[in-house]
Design a protein around this ligand. Sequence first.
Ligand SMILES: [Zn+2]
Ligand SMILES: [Zn+2]
Length: 346
Amino acid sequence: MEIKAYAIQKEGGRLEPYTIERRSPGPDDVLIELMYCGICHTDLIIGNNEGGLADYPVVPGHEMIGRVAEAGANVSSVAVGDLVGVGCIADSCRSCPSCDSGDEQYCEQGFVLTFNAVTGDGEKTFGGYSTHYTINERYVIKMPEGLDPASAAPLLCGGITVYAPLKRFGAGPGKKVGVLGLGGLGHLAVKMSKAMGAHTVMMTSSPGKVEDAQKLGADDVLLTSDKDNLNAHAFSFDLIINTISANHDVNAFLPLLMRGGNMCFVGAPQTPISLVVSNLIVGDKLMSGSLIGGMPATREMLDFCAQHNVTADIEMIAIDQVNEAWDRIEKNDVKYRFVIDLATLA
Ligand SMILES: [Zn+2]
Ligand SMILES: [Zn+2]
């Protein structure tokens, strides 16, 4: 079926109206009428071919919320009319140990991204800057009651990205968690860490963000540009969630971890970072990384957010404002996530 979308046609191009072909839903598929799609920085990285991964035309978008318009004969987890979400994962091998354990993001065959990827059947995936999405039931999540659908959209990528390491590394009462970088990921990490009961410290280099961090619920704000301030927090953090995607000096922050503490990377600088290894050796410290989350963890994260009333702070835009939104993301000028109202595309 023919679907309205916005695509970048070639390197250096802008997003413009484009018609795509989506498969009609098979017996295991769900056809979703999309309502909202968040704009994640990964859309820009791939759409602008920053990592050389773009396969044009690119229809970005991987934080999708909509209603089930059609459900195939075998579909049992959702029904027509249900509010559902789709994140980064459109498909995976469904038989490797990672898929078996519900960690489809670590599928040994590589998971199929919901945009700019190719499925096992050779079908190219087009993302959520479009009116409809067809996808296997396994990768669709019925949204829990009580979450505002527009501000919940960014949870499908940004939210699970920070929830997974907070959960895995034990954020909770009695723990001190630092969140490095206040953007789309950082603002959700502060809200979730706080909701988990951890003492949550926003770590930022901009004095202008102190008040914002407090509004988001941070117990404390650490201005990283101030050496005395850093020294005052030495050897005190159980966990630092590092959301910074620009190259930066991690050696300035490792001394803040307590013995056995862990810095987990969820933002990916495009160039190598340098490490003074003694910063790990002294104090038995760890560095780690985490990539989104599988379907069970994403369901759990959404339930957690519904229970604790956690959603993204968003700026809603119409589809024809999407290029301007991308320009503003490049300048870090958004608090904290753009969400496209896809009624403006329909
Ligand atoms: Zn993303
Ligand atoms: Zn697999």
